[in-house]
Design a protein around this ligand. Sequence first.
Ligand SMILES: NC(=O)c1ccc[n+]([C@@H]2O[C@H](COP(=O)([O-])OP(=O)(O)OC[C@H]3O[C@@H](n4cnc5c(N)ncnc54)[C@H](OP(=O)(O)O)[C@@H]3O)[C@@H](O)[C@H]2O)c1
Length: 258
Amino acid sequence: MTRVSVIGCGNMGGAFLKGLAQSDSHHLIAIDLDPEALEAVEADATETTDDIDAARETDVVILAVKPSIVEIVLDDLDLSGDQTLITIAAGVSREFVANRTDASVVRIMPNLAAETRDMAAAATEDGLTDEVRELLDDVGEYIEIDEELMDISTAVNGSGPAFAFYLIDAMKDAGVEGGLEPEQAETLAAQTFKGAAETVLRDDRSVDELIDAVCSPNGTTIEGMEVLWDSSADKAVIDAVGAAERRSKELAEAFDDE
Ligand SMILES: NC(=O)c1ccc[n+]([C@@H]2O[C@H](COP(=O)([O-])OP(=O)(O)OC[C@H]3O[C@@H](n4cnc5c(N)ncnc54)[C@H](OP(=O)(O)O)[C@@H]3O)[C@@H](O)[C@H]2O)c1
C-alpha cells in the first residue's frame, strides 16, 4: 500500500483524493490549514491533518496549493531523498521545486477529472517513478513529456475541461432550441461527448474515419458536418488553446529560478 499525502485539499487536491480513494490501494493523508477543506475530504482520506510534518511519513507527496503558495509551503516542508514530490502547480518549473526540497521531484499537469478517474495528465519524464506511474494509472490516462511542452499541456488538458464544457453547452442549447427539456438535452449532449471520447481512445480508426462512419450518404450527419467544415469552429478551438498556452508561459516567467 503506497502512502500518499496531499498538501492543499481544494479543487485539484480534493479531486486526487476522491479518485485515489476509489482504488483502496493507498493510505491517503490529507493536509490543509483550512478546517473546512479537510472536512470536505474526510470521507476520502484515511487521515486528515493541518500538520504539514505528516507528509514526511509518506512515499509520495502531492503538492496541490496555488502556485503563489508553493515556495512558502516548500520552506516548511522537510522531505527526504527517498520520497517523491509531485508538483502540479501551473507555471512552476520542476527545477524551482527541486531546488527547494531533498525529495525527487516530478512535475505533472493534471485535471479535475481525477475525481471520476478520467483524468488526462502529462508528466515530466524527469523524476517520473513507477510508483507515480501507478498512481496516475489509477486515476486516468497520462502521457510522458519533456518539460518544455508543459505550457501546451496546461492549455490542452489542464484548461481543456472548461473548453469541453463550453462545447457541450452549445450542443445542449441546440437541443433545447429543438424542443428538449434542458436536463434531457444536457444528458444527451454530455453522454454523447463522453461516448465519442471513449471511441477515440479505444478505436484504432482515425478521427476522420470515425466521422465517415457516422455520416451515411445523403443522411443527417453529413448535412451538419458540411456546416462545421465550412465554419471556423476548429480555428476558434485552436485559438482558445493558444491563448491559454500563452498565459501559461506568462505565468511561468514569475517562477524562473536563478
Ligand atoms: N483547478 C484545476 O483545474 C487545476 C488543474 C491543473 C492544475 N492545477 C493546479 O493545482 C493547484 C491547486 O489548484 P486548486 O484549483 O485546487 O486551488 P484551491 O482550490 O485554492 O486549493 C488549494 C488548497 O490549498 C490550501 N492551502 C493554502 N495554503 C496552504 C498551506 N500552507 N498548507 C496547506 N494547504 C494550504 C488552500 O486553503 P485556502 O483556501 O484556505 O487558501 C486550498 O484548500 C494549483 O497550483 C493549480 O495550478 C489546478
